[in-house]
Design a protein around this ligand. Sequence first.
Ligand code: FRU
Length: 483
Amino acid sequence: MREWSKEERYKPLESIDDIKDLEEKISKSKFRQCFHIQPRTGLLNDPNGFVYDDDTKTWHMFYQWFPWGAAHGLKYWYHVTSKDLVHWGDAGIGISPDSDMDNKGAYSGSAIKDNGEIYFFYTGNHRDENWVRTAYTCLAKLGKDNKVYKFDKPVFGPSEDYSEHQRDPKIFYDEKLQKYFIIIGARSKDDRGCLLLYESDKLTEGWAFKGEIKVEGYESFGKMWECPSIEKIGDKYIFIFSPQFIEFPDRGSITNHNVYLIGDFDVQNMIFKPEGDFGHLDLGFDFYAAACAANTEKPVLSAWMGLPDAFYYTDEEDWSGCLILPRELSIEGGKLKQRPVKSMFDILKKEIEYKEVSLEELINIMNTPENNGLYEIQAPAVIKIATANQGFTMGLLCDESKEGGISLSYSQEDKTLKISKALLKHRINPEFGEERVNVFEDGLTEITCFIDKSSIEIFFNDGDQVFTTRIFPEGEKYIAFRN
Ligand code: FRU
C-alpha cells in the first residue's frame, strides 16, 4: 500500500486541471460504478449537505473528497446534482479548504433550506503550526449560479469542556420553539462518545452552546460519535450516529459502526429516550457516516459505502469509495424499514437489466441443459427473488465453477440467514470479519439485489434489513445454488 507523506496529504489543488491525467487513468478501471455516486478521482467518504430544492426540483449532494488518491488528507466538498436520484451531474468543487478556519479540511456537515435559500454548515478543520486542532462550525450558502459561497467567519468554535474532536454539524429548525438547532458529534475529555447541542434564533448568527444531549442508556458507548443526525418519522424520532472505538461480538474487529436508536426526543430538555435496543443500519461490511437529506417529506438516507482504515482494491488505482443508493426510511410496527426510494427504483428498473422471479422459477431457468445450473448477471443489474420462506444456499456472483462470490444461506427451520464474503476471489479486510447472521422473525420472503460493477446492496423483506458491501469481481457473474 502506498505511504503518503504529510505534504502529499495536505497539498491543495491549484486548478482542477491538476487531476486531468489521474481522471483519465481512473476512467479505464473495470470497477467504475454505473449507478452510484463515486469520486471523480481520489477518495470519497461521507455524504455531505444532502438537500432537496423544491423550487428547482433538484437534489444536491456533496461528498467528502481527497483528490490525489486513496488516502485521507485535505478534504473538499465535491458537488453533484440530480433531478431523479439516479442520474447525477457534475457541479464541480463545492467547498474548498482555502481559508484559515478550514486550512486542513472542509469536513462533514449538513444543509437546510430556509426562506427559499440553501445553507450549509460544515466543520472547518483548522490546525496551527504545532498541529493542534481546532474544529470550527462554518457556514456557506448556495448561490443562484449553483456555486457555494463561504461566509468569512465561523459561526462558533469548539466547546472548551470537550476534547478536540467536535464535528459534523447537523442543522434543523424547530417549528414549535421557533429556534434553529445544531447537533455536533464529539468525544469528551474522558473518552465518551457524546452529542452536543447549540441553538440560535437566527440561522446565520447568535449561536450559543446549550450543553450535552442525554441519550439514556448510552452514556458509555464508544469513545467518539461521528456524523450524528436526528430525524422525525411520524410521531417518533430516529437518532443516527457513527460510534467509534467500540466492538460488537458479531462484527469482527471493526471499531467503526453506524447505528440508530428509535425513541422520543425533547430538544428543549436535551433528552433522547430510546425505545428498545440500538440497531445497525446495515448488515454489511462497508457502510458508514449515514446522513439524511434536508427538506424532504420522509427521511432519505445516504451513506459512505466504505469504512475508515479499510483497504479497497481500487486504492491501487488511486480512487476509492462510493455512496449507497438513497433509501427512504419509515417506522412500521415500531421497526425501521429502509427501502430504495421508489421513484429512483422505477427509473432504474427501466434503465438497467431487471429481473423479478420466484426461487422456483430461478431454479427452473438454471436447470436447463444450456444454463448448466448457472444464472448469468451482467452488472449493472437488479434482481428480485421471491423466496417464500424456503431454505436455500446460494452463491451470488460466483464463477462458472460455482466458486467465489457472496454466499447466502437461509435456513427455514430457524429463520436464520448467514451471509459470507470469505469465498470472494478478491477478499478485502478479512480481519473485520467475513460473515454476518440475521434472524428474520417472520421468515425471509423476498430479496432484492442491486448489483453494480463493484458493489452489492441487498434489501430483505421489503426493507426489514439491508446488506451492503463492496466487491471486486474477477469473472464472478453468476448465481448458482450450492449444497
Ligand atoms: C467520518 C469523518 C467525519 C469527518 C470527515 C472527514 O468519516 O471522520 O467525522 O468530518 O470524516 O473527512
